[in-house]
Write a protein that binds this ligand. Structure first.
Ligand SMILES: [Fe+2]
Ligand SMILES: [Fe+2]
Length: 248
């Protein structure tokens, strides 16, 4: 029989070799989304003998949302373990352009949580809250605020990641995979998208989330305004008249 002291030591040792949950979440997401991105693009780059997708939209979007979670949680006293874990996994089984199947990606992701976290140091008692947040993250509009605060934060961070500078990169890099793209197409779609962004900003659950959404919305408006100026209005040629030159 193993003496209780040795058993306790063994248990402690087993706990100490548990995989850090962030490492597991990131690795699981990376593996699934890289494979899906390669399927979506039907082409891959070879990097050091490994197939790498042209652009892994899902992973980049998730990383943006995780960064936002780390920023938002301390401001609203939300549990960062729950919010960050839910953000890492909220789209973990979502495929790009998969018209054959119904979109059940929130429920699909929630169903995977326990298995992905198995053998990690993630607190078992927080798993239900992670699943709740994942199951309620979908949609671009809210008619009433979400609760608890962790579920509210996950919604806000997921949506904030669709606004702002990084979102322009992410959408710009993926959109050519869905259809041929021109600068004019992007401008034509921008008005409808900005309308939707206003709806997203108005739906924010948290005050810091709302303030950040307003800042990002203002940036997006300025960006598309500038794009329109460059693309549709001919720029004035620099003046050769010394009287019109800027004062030195
Ligand atoms: Fe999602
Ligand atoms: Fe998402």
């Amino acid at each position: 029989m193993i003496p209780p002291k040795a058993r306790a030591k063994g248990k402690k040792l087993k706990e100490s070799v548990r995989v850090p949950w962030r490492t597991r979440c990131e690795a699981d997401l990376r593996a699934f989304t890289d494979a899906d991105a390669i399927r979506f693009w039907s082409i891959a780059h070879q990097v050091d003998g490994e197939a790498r997708p042209i652009f892994n939209y899902r992973f980049e979007h998730t990383l943006a949302a995780v960064k936002l979670g780390r920023w938002l949680c301390p401001q609203v006293n939300a549990d960062l373990d729950i919010v960050e874990c839910a953000l890492w996994l909220h789209d973990c089984r979502k495929k790009l352009k998969d018209p054959l199947t119904k979109d059940t990606h929130a429920l699909d992701a929630s169903a995977e949580v326990s298995e992905i976290l198995q053998g990690t140091d993630f607190p078992q008692a927080k798993i239900a809250a992670v699943r709740h947040a994942i199951e309620h993250h979908v949609g671009l509009k809210l008619t009433k605020k979400l609760s608890p605060i962790e579920t509210a934060c996950v919604w806000d961070c997921d949506k904030l990641s669709k606004l702002g500078a990084a979102s322009l990169i992410h959408f710009g890099c993926i959109s050519g995979g869905f259809q041929p793209i021109t600068t004019e197409d992007i401008l034509l779609r921008s008005e409808a998208w900005l309308e939707l962004c206003r709806v997203i900003a108005a739906s924010m659950n948290t005050l810091p989330g709302k303030a950040e959404a307003e800042r990002r919305l203002a940036f997006l408006c300025a960006h598309y305004q500038q794009l329109g100026n460059e693309w549709r209005e001919p720029l004035e040629a620099p003046s050769t008249n010394p009287l019109k030159s800027p004062v030195r």
